[in-house]
Design a protein. Structure first.
Length: 186
């Protein structure tokens, strides 16, 4: 099990840990940037999302040093290397925190990461859905007529590789949600 970043009191952290699930021992990893390019390394962050794609872990968004981001970084488990992924499109989700992400496998069209919701730079809750294709490196906004109300801090899971299930979250400081929504990715 891998753990990257998160809040550490008053600031985000940059640590990447691996838990050996047979020995129950943590190891602090020291990954390298791809091609020794320091821009390939993520900076400290929290409230980001993460999906596992093939032999890598992909993180998106989050806070870094108090600022929201919409950057994508990929960590390769076997090589212990980080790489920044630069999208091929200008259209992209706004910088955000507290969103959710899932991975949809698709051998023909390309595996995709779907993200939903979160909070923007003005701390507004979001209800938008975006798809990032790992083959084309393109973002596409998915428009839905009946999208859930805006939220952050919710969870998302993939079901039968075609459905994104979103549960709960926070709508306002005094309004926590306990609703569930299913997005049919077909």
């Amino acid at each position: 099990m891998y753990l990257f970043g998160g809040g550490g009191g008053m600031c985000e952290n940059l640590d990447l840990f691996c838990l050996d699930l047979t020995k129950f021992q943590w190891t602090l990893l020291k990954p390298q940037p791809k091609n020794n390019d320091k821009n390939s390394m993520p900076v400290a962050r929290d409230e980001h999302s993460c999906v596992v794609h093939d032999d890598s872990m992909v993180i998106f968004g989050g806070f870094n040093f108090g600022q929201r981001t919409n950057q994508i970084f990929k960590y390769y488990f076997r090589r212990n290397v980080w790489e920044q992924i630069i999208p091929n499109t200008r259209d992209a989700p706004c910088a955000r925190v507290g969103h959710s992400a899932v991975l949809k496998k698709d051998a023909q069209g390309g595996d995709c990461m779907y993200i939903f919701g979160g909070k923007d730079d003005e701390n507004n809750k979001l209800s938008d859905t975006w798809k990032f294709n790992f083959n084309t490196l393109e973002w596409t906004q998915i428009r839905c007529a009946d999208e859930p109300i805006p939220r952050s801090g919710h969870t998302a899971s993939i079901y039968k590789d075609n459905f994104m299930i979103i549960y709960g979250g926070i709508y306002e400081i005094t309004k926590e949600l306990n609703d569930m929504h299913i997005f049919d990715m077909k």
